[in-house]
Unconditional design. Structure first.
Ligand SMILES: [Zn+2]
Length: 364
């Protein structure tokens, strides 16, 4: 609880490097105290990423396990003054507690347990704490993928789902597509026949694309930003729209990207430009099922039930699963209210979850 409090009190927004670095510094000290080698991967504009390594006690490592998470939060500094760290009943509230500082604390104490029990694990364990997950993992993506490629399994300590702490065994792939329409400007009154109305074309395209939604397969396409025109009286020569794209399956992701790329204009003379696509591919259940089955059985031996769920949002676990590396996501804290003013964790579940992570590391 003390560690969670201290970690929460060091605010670490993705966009404020100096503050984020203080958080990385705190984590460095905690991991050094537990006997790991710590390396800070310096960043110019974002907080430094932290890589801590526990090497096997005796033999050189045969392989590697990756414990993955992010220490950045969506809350700007100063949020604490209106949203202090506080304990009410069984809940610990505060910015970033659930997403995902409590998960980091659980990993720390899982490591401590392994050290104190002198657990002989033949594999190297890498803990990777990144600083930009909440803004798309631009500076950490390669690092995450490189570590994942070397790993037999990845445990992502993102928040679990609901009060029962369901592990996320599948996640939707998420992306953005931008569609730009180029038409031809003209006076709406003097020579309307000279114009090619980019907004009309855009509207027609949106109506067409909306029909690609397939709720049964979990494919969703939502226009979320729109822009167009220059002024009244003028037939607009330019309009654009941004789409949020989501899908459960890699095949659906690819099909959707292909459909966007092959869009044809409806209005004669209009030109289309398509950009973007999926940033994070889907985490399909086949990449998590083996790990989940073992986690469930270990939890049962410890006296609690572990369930699973599918999540519509993505995380860095999507990146590691996309490489074909077994990935168990949502393996972190139990609580609710991520990215909101009532974010909290059920702190009594933390030792249990830490023990489960330790057991998974010891048996992987
Ligand atoms: Zn998160």
């Amino acid at each position: 609880m003390d560690t969670l409090r201290q970690l929460t009190l060091i605010e670490s927004p993705s966009l404020e490097k100096n503050h984020a670095d203080r958080c990385a510094g705190y984590l460095t000290d905690e991991w050094l105290l537990r006997g790991t080698l710590v390396q800070l991967i310096k960043q110019r504009h974002r907080g430094d990423h932290l890589r801590a390594v526990r090497t096997p006690l005796s033999t050189p490592p045969r392989a590697q396990l990756l414990v993955l998470g992010h220490y950045d939060t969506v809350y700007p500094t100063g949020t604490l003054s209106g949203m202090p760290f506080r304990i009410v009943g069984s809940k610990a509230y505060g910015p970033g507690t659930f997403d995902m500082k409590a998960g980091i604390v659980q990993a720390l104490f899982a490591l401590e347990a392994l050290q104190e029990l002198h657990t002989n694990i033949s594999k190297r364990i890498v803990f990777l704490w990144t600083s930009d997950e909440e803004i798309g993992s631009e500076t950490s993506r390669r690092l995450i993928e490189d570590e994942a490629r070397r790993s037999d399994a990845v445990f992502v300590l993102e928040p679990s789902l609901g009060p029962r702490g369901l592990v996320k065994t599948s996640r939707k792939g998420v992306g953005e597509a931008k569609l730009m329409v180029h038409g031809r400007a003209a006076h709406a009154g003097l020579d309307p026949e000279q114009g090619i109305n980019a907004i009309h074309e855009l509207a027609a395209q949106i109506a067409r694309i909306e029909k690609w939604n397939d709720p049964r397969r979990g494919v969703t396409i939502n226009a979320d930003l729109i822009d167009g025109g220059t002024r009244t009286n003028v037939i607009p020569d330019c309009a654009k729209v941004n789409f949020d794209l989501r899908a459960w399956r890699l095949a659906d992701m690819r099909a959707l990207e292909k459909r966007f790329r092959s869009l044809k204009p409806i209005t004669r003379g209009a030109k289309l430009e398509v950009r973007g696509g999926f940033d994070r591919p889907p985490l399909e259940r086949r990449h998590s099922s083996v790990l989940f089955t073992r986690a469930k059985s270990l939890a049962k031996q410890m006296g609690f039930a572990l369930g699973e769920a599918a999540a519509g949002g993505s995380s860095d676990g999507n990146l590691t699963a996309a490489l074909g590396v077994p990935t168990l996501d949502g393996f972190g804290a139990v609580g609710d209210g991520a990215h909101s003013a009532h974010e909290f964790v059920y702190f009594k579940t933390m030792p249990q979850r830490a023990a489960l992570l330790a057991a998974m590391l010891a048996t992987s």
